[in-house]
Design a binder for this molecule. Structure first.
Ligand SMILES: Cc1ncc(C[n+]2csc(CCOP(=O)(O)OP(=O)(O)O)c2C)c(N)n1
Length: 612
């Protein structure tokens, strides 16, 4: 029998999607889900979040007209269906690879991706900017933002709601509530949402209303008015409080986010609304795949098999162990995460010391300032955070922590090259940004044992400290010298006048592969080991290597030191160039920064330096 063409092959644009009938849409949902599962198995990616938003995304594209209408996805990790619909199905098999497509919205990839994203809680603000620009220009398109309950915990969301509710520009906020951030969602707002979800009687009444409305022969404002009135009658008595409506934003929901027909129905109606509305949909993270639904945290981000060299160890595996060891002897030790307990390795600590563990939601700014409060009260807070997400807490690090010299320790994971999560996730900036802040000490270990040593040192260090480290490391060194002196450590000696000052495991591994150079573990990035620098003779050639952006980084501070001292020592700075890292291939990123032996040797040769 001739195989019928798959529906998915007939849809290459939102316009083609709109030609499907409701039965075909059902089949399309299954085919999209299948494609996502099959692709993520090979390429890695955000499986659970994408499986949970297939129906919702299809309904949105069925009702709205992209790119004229502006559709934003908060964080953007759940946009696989959106990419498949908007002309990128052919490239989808090459997800998260160079030459394929990226795993997050990318303005260079499609005009249906309004902005490049990857960090949480920005969609309402960007959406409001688009809505205001539309109104100023006298245009009419819709602005729709899809935001998860996890992303809703970020402070920017509340800043935007405050603004949106007061001025009432037309926009549609779709709150995708699956009770999960990466782990179970936390906080008072998550509890409020669960009250909304659990108001069973309200749901029943709501669905009765919906059915009644669906039977009426017309659409438009009148229906919305009717829905509003009926809803208000029942809701006021049933809900503990009308949070959104009190802010001036109309609330509709909760709706089943997997019932595509009713989603299309309600979105069509909301399209005609005048001011800001919030549509609350409830979805299952991982929907359609039992195993994923049962453990959505495990399947939030899936690594492609080839991406994780089995011989490497995650630095995060050292973190809980060392913090637990410290906490056992010191009841002032506190661990803080901004919704990243698994990724940063705090789970074990959370289980062992629940009273001293704080998951604050996706709220890095709040986490940093809260740590300042703990430190001001004599506690020793450790805030474990990915490099790129720490960027959110830049001002709090300066103003709330460093000005008063508070002993807060940042454990900065995923520093340096990150690979296939893309441009928003590369840990290129933390080293330079942290190093410029007065009172801040910055370190980077060569291996897991040195990280443990640094964490232990931090517990008795009475000043702000940032310990940065890449995702994983290759091997532990046999030799270790203690970190207390803040001195660097010589790892390889040579008679030549070339000295490589290498920061972190990747730079060190690359440098140790060279011949004809002294290699130093420059594990304290700030303050510089000036005793060592002063010991060098004029005429020495210093090569600095760092897994970070060169501008403002370690190498430039070494050069500035020699220049201030008017020393005749040449400094060659190696690391990432002054541009955003667009490649998704981790090895290529490392090569671009001179962080493999071959690439480092080439860069040294290009600088005209001969290694003997
Ligand atoms: C500023 C920032 N901090 C942390 C993250 C890491 N992160 C990515 S997705 C996510 C959870 C998002 O939860 P939610 O919005 O509910 O979406 P879901 O995955 O549940 O669909 C987190 C913490 C991020 N992207 N940005």
């Amino acid at each position: 029998m001739k195989r019928l063409p798959k529906i998915i092959e007939q849809v290459n644009s939102p316009d083609e999607l709109k030609k499907l009938n409701i039965k075909e849409l059902g089949e399309y949902v299954d085919e999209v889900r299948e494609l996502i599962v099959e692709t993520v198995k090979r390429r890695g990616g955000h499986l659970a979040s994408n499986l949970g938003t297939v129906e919702l995304t299809i309904a949105l594209h069925y009702v709205f007209d992209c790119p004229t209408d502006k559709l934003l996805f908060d964080v953007g990790h759940q946009t696989y269906t959106h990419k498949i619909i908007t002309g990128r199905r052919d490239k989808f098999s090459e997800l998260r690879t160079d030459g394929g497509i990226t795993g997050f919205p990318n303005a260079d990839e499609s005009d249906c991706d309004v902005v490049t994203t990857g960090h949480s809680s920005t969609s309402l603000s960007v959406g409001l900017g688009l809505a205001r620009a539309r109104d100023l220009a006298g245009e009419k398109y819709n602005v729709v933002t899809v935001i998860g309950d996890g992303a809703f915990t970020g402070g920017m969301t509340f800043e935007a709601l405050n603004d949106i509710g007061a001025h009432k520009e037309k926009m549609i906020i779709v709150l995708n509530d699956n009770k999960m951030s990466i782990s179970k969602n936390v906080g008072a707002f998550a509890e409020y949402l669960s009250k909304l979800r659990l108001s069973k009687r309200y749901n029943t009444i709501k669905y009765d209303i919906k059915r009644g409305v669906g039977a009426l022969p017309f659409f438009g404002d009148k229906i919305v008015d009717f829905l509003d009135k009926a809803k208000d009658d029942v809701k006021a008595s049933l809900l503990p409080n009308k949070f959104f409506e009190n802010l001036g934003i109309k609330y509709y929901g909760p709706f089943d986010g997997h019932e595509i027909g009713s989603l299309i129905d309600v979105l069509t109606r909301l399209k005609n609304n005048k001011g800001p509305v919030l549509l609350h949909v409830v979805t299952n993270k991982g929907n359609g795949v039992e195993e994923v639904m049962e453990q959505p945290d495990k399947y939030h981000g899936v690594s492609p098999h080839a991406d994780v060299p089995s011989h490497e160890t995650a630095f995060s595996s050292v973190v809980s162990k060392e913090l637990c060891r410290l906490a056992a002897n010191d009841n002032k030790v506190i661990a803080v995460t901004a919704a990243m307990s698994i990724g940063t390795g705090l789970n074990e600590f959370a289980a062992a010391y629940p009273d001293r563990y704080f998951d604050v939601g996706i709220a890095e700014e709040h986490a940093a300032a809260m740590c300042a409060g703990f430190a001001a009260s004599g506690y020793k807070p450790f805030f474990a955070v990915y490099s790129s997400f720490w960027q959110r807490a830049f001002d709090q690090t300066i103003t709330d922590i460093c000005i008063d010299n508070r002993p807060v320790t940042f454990l900065i994971d995923h520093a340096g090259a990150v690979g296939c999560d893309g441009v928003t996730h590369q840990g290129a900036f933390d080293l330079a940004a942290l190093s410029m802040i007065p009172n801040m000490t910055v370190m980077q270990p060569k291996d897991g044992a040195e990280l443990a040593d640094m964490i232990s040192f931090a517990a008795s260090y009475n000043a702000p400290l940032a310990i940065r480290y890449s995702k994983s490391y290759d091997y532990d060194f046999d030799e270790h010298t203690g970190i207390e002196s803040l001195r660097w450590e010589r790892l390889a000696c040579s008679d030549s006048n070339v000295i490589v000052l290498a920061v972190g495991n990747r730079a060190i591994k690359a440098a140790l592969g060279l011949r004809g150079a002294t290699v130093v573990n420059a594990r304290v990035v700030k303050p510089l080991d000036v005793e060592y620098l002063d010991s060098l003779n004029d005429g020495a050639i210093v090569i600095t290597v760092e897994d970070g952006i060169v501008r403002g980084g370690f190498g430039e501070s070494v050069r500035a030191y020699f220049s201030q001292k008017r020393r005749a020592i040449e400094v060659v700075t190696i690391g990432y160039d002054d541009k955003f890292i667009q490649t998704l291939d981790e090895i290529k990123i490392l090569e671009s920064g001179g962080l493999t032996t071959d690439a480092l040797r080439n860069k040294i040769a290009l600088a005209g330096i001969e290694l003997k």
